[in-house]
Design a protein around this ligand. Structure first.
Ligand SMILES: *[C@@H]1O[C@H](CO)[C@@H](O)[C@H](O)[C@H]1NC(C)=O
Ligand SMILES: *[C@@H]1O[C@H](CO)[C@@H](O)[C@H](O)[C@H]1NC(C)=O
Ligand SMILES: *[C@@H]1O[C@H](CO)[C@@H](O)[C@H](O)[C@H]1NC(C)=O
Length: 363
């Protein structure tokens, strides 16, 4: 009763905010959209272009929701763990929220200590996207979401058109296709899909027993603020970051610090052609037999093991403890905008940023 009342109130406020967005603002409602293909289903909301759930069977036919999240949109509005959204305009950290592009200094919203993270306090994960197309069933159910980011939003230069498409196909494949076009100024762009996976089922415990394999022989060491301040690209060989062979996530997790807390929160350089579609990661939960493979066309991937989850309220009465989910966040190099030695994330007017991810599930 209380929760329902609060949800409707929050939705009314969101609709009102969208309606007062100025002349020509289109009416944008926050909704929940289901993509269904047999016993495989994915729930999306246009609040933050967020994946709310991914339901699939295990080898015995038991269905489980394998992503962490919240029950109501109102809770996503307040969420600080980034359960399932697309982060942008520039995901990950920008040192001191400052960068120089074509000789001009830009300051973006500071929301992580002294630094900016995930596009600012009202990044792409905290805005209403427009539903452009939606087909819930059939052979390849999909939804396409659109967001126009304005010049100066959260401190970033130029207007930017952004699209995200989520699509299901056989057998148990979820594709995420993201693109962005800079309309009038050069701007850094780095999108990142921030779903927390737990192949044993959301709220079923930690993921330390999941085996993980990464196509990454190098990584960028991060300092205590999770910035690549040294600019170094180092080999993983001989370090607890080496996941070239399938290894339980928990095997060496106590040996690594993700900033100020034990756990992985680290950027890998993916082997091979930086913009070719290639296998990035494979994860498997032995108990359920569920596995996922991630393919993507990005140069890097942040591995985050839910280090800060701490009795965090989740879905269906579940509570998430530390390491309750793992994020496989394909991306550009962290803070590339301040590191000329890293591949550039600058998109110039008329240029298109493309970021494709394909999750292949099996059991
Ligand atoms: C969201 O946060 C506000 C301010 O802290 C609080 O009043 C509200 O109850 C929260 N909503 C939910 C659904 O948790
Ligand atoms: C971006 O994605 C949308 C939706 O899939 C598509 O219509 C559009 O053509 C894409 N833009 C570019 C420049 O590829
Ligand atoms: C987890 O939450 C408890 C209770 O709020 C708090 O005392 C503790 O410091 C938290 N731990 C971390 C790592 O944030």
């Amino acid at each position: 009763m209380m929760a329902g009342a609060r949800l409707s109130l929050a939705l009314l406020c969101l609709v009102a905010a969208a309606l007062t967005g100025g002349a020509g603002a289109t009416r944008k409602m926050v909704g929940v959209y289901v993509l269904r293909k047999g016993d495989f289903s994915v729930k999306i909301t246009n609040w933050g272009a967020t994946i709310m759930s991914v339901v699939l069977p295990d080898s015995k036919g038991n269905l489980a929701d394998v992503v962490l999240g919240k029950d109501t949109i109102a809770e996503y509005v307040n969420d600080t763990s980034y359960f399932g959204p697309v982060n942008g305009r520039v995901a990950q950290r920008i040192a001191r929220g400052r960068f120089v592009l074509d000789g001009k200094v830009y300051h973006t919203y500071i929301n992580d200590g002294k630094n900016a993270i995930h596009g600012g306090h009202r990044g792409f994960s905290k805005v209403i996207w427009t539903v452009k197309e939606y087909v819930g069933g059939g052979d390849s159910p999909y939804i396409t979401l659109y967001y126009h980011s304005f010049d100066g939003e959260q401190g970033f230069p130029g207007d930017l058109d952004a699209y995200v498409t989520y699509q299901l196909s056989s057998p148990y494949v979820l594709a995420v296709r993201m693109n962005a076009t800079a309309l009038n100024k050069a701007t850094p762009v780095n999108f990142l899909q921030h779903t927390y996976w737990n192949l044993g089922g959301q709220g079923s415990g930690d993921v330390l027993g999941h085996t993980l394999q990464l196509s990454a022989s190098r990584y960028t060491p991060l300092d205590e603020e999770l910035l690549p301040s040294s600019g170094v690209v180092a080999p993983v060989a001989g370090t607890p970051y080496d996941f070239r062979a399938p290894t339980p996530i928990g095997a060496r997790i106590r040996q690594v610090m993700g900033g100020r807390i034990a756990g992985y929160d680290i950027n890998y350089v993916i082997d091979g052609d930086a913009h070719g579609m290639r296998k990035v990661a494979a994860a498997r939960d032995g108990a359920s037999g569920r596995a996922l493979e991630l393919w993507a066309n990005q140069p890097a991937m942040q591995l985050y093991t839910g280090n800060w989850l701490n009795n965090t309220k989740g879905k269906d009465g579940k509570v998430y403890g530390q390491y309750g989910g793992v994020c496989l966040e394909t991306q550009g190099y962290v803070d590339a905008v301040n590191h000329p030695e890293f591949p550039s994330m600058t998109v110039r007017p008329g240029q298109v940023y493309k970021h494709d991810m394909v999750f292949k599930f099996s059991f």
